[in-house]
Write a protein that binds this ligand. Structure first.
Ligand code: SAM
Length: 222
């Protein structure tokens, strides 16, 4: 998979994208991530890409021309262009799973007070990472990249890990424990030490439903 991230601030991605699972996936060649800076497509001699909104109001908007030229510079026939926006459909595991099947994603990060609305004609989907407003689309782009890369076969050391996780079947994950078997007087459930895989599997299914009912009843209702 190839991901092009359109951003005025590529430096923001350096830390998160050069550590842990994302770095490993890049090194293994499972994903190629590139950055496109709209400033490189500005016709202004100072590489300016923003201006005041028509009709008045606070702040500055990203101009359509440099942003669309940046998108078009990397668009292919099989590209899906996503604008990260608080106005988009709220991102969830099902969306991550469908995006993980794409060949080429272009993630467009807005900034300042947002973007000229005419840019939206060049976008296939708008995605929000939650009902709150952030300063820019960079952190939302990182969230989307992280969630979908871990679904690419081979990205996680243990693929089973991704399969059993929270939200895969609309349920939260069952409680997990590791050594020691007794800690501060609290014991790991006996069944997990029994070696009976069928019984463990059925215990986990039951506990996943109990945890979901307690913490996220909305998921069960859905
Ligand atoms: C300050 S916000 C602009 C918000 C815009 N004025 C509005 O009300 O829709 C700047 C940029 O941050 C990004 N952004 C902010 N909150 C977001 C969210 N919850 N999900 C995805 N992107 C977000 C978008 O790219 C947006 O263009």
């Amino acid at each position: 998979m190839r991901i092009d991230i359109v951003t005025l601030f590529p430096g923001m991605f350096q830390g998160p994208f050069s550590q842990s699972m994302i770095e490993r996936a890049r090194k293994k060649g499972l994903v190629q991530i590139h950055f496109v800076n709209p400033r490189d497509f500005s016709s202004d001699k100072h590489r300016k890409v923003d201006d005041r909104p028509y009709g008045g109001g606070p702040g500055m908007l990203l101009q359509a021309e440099p942003l669309v030229r940046a998108i078009e510079s990397v668009r292919r026939r099989d590209s899906t262009v996503i604008f990260l926006s608080p106005q988009g459909a709220v991102f969830n595991q099902a969306t991550a799973e469908s995006l993980a099947l794409e060949k080429h994603l272009i993630l467009v990060s807005g900034h300042y007070e947002g973007v000229d609305a005419r840019v939206l004609r060049y976008v296939d989907k708008e995605i929000s990472i939650g009902d709150y407003v952030l300063t820019g689309g960079e952190i939302p782009s990182m969230v989307v990249v992280d969630a979908l890369i871990r679904l690419i076969p081979g990205a996680l050391g243990n693929l089973e890990g991704a399969r059993a996780e929270s939200l895969r079947d609309g349920l939260l994950e069952f409680p997990q424990y590791t050594r020691p078997a007794v800690w501060k007087g609290r014991r790991v459930p006996k069944i997990l030490l029994s070696g009976n895989h069928q019984a463990i599997e059925s215990w986990r299914k039951k506990r996943a439903r109990t945890v979901t009912r307690r913490k996220r009843p909305d998921l069960l209702a859905a």
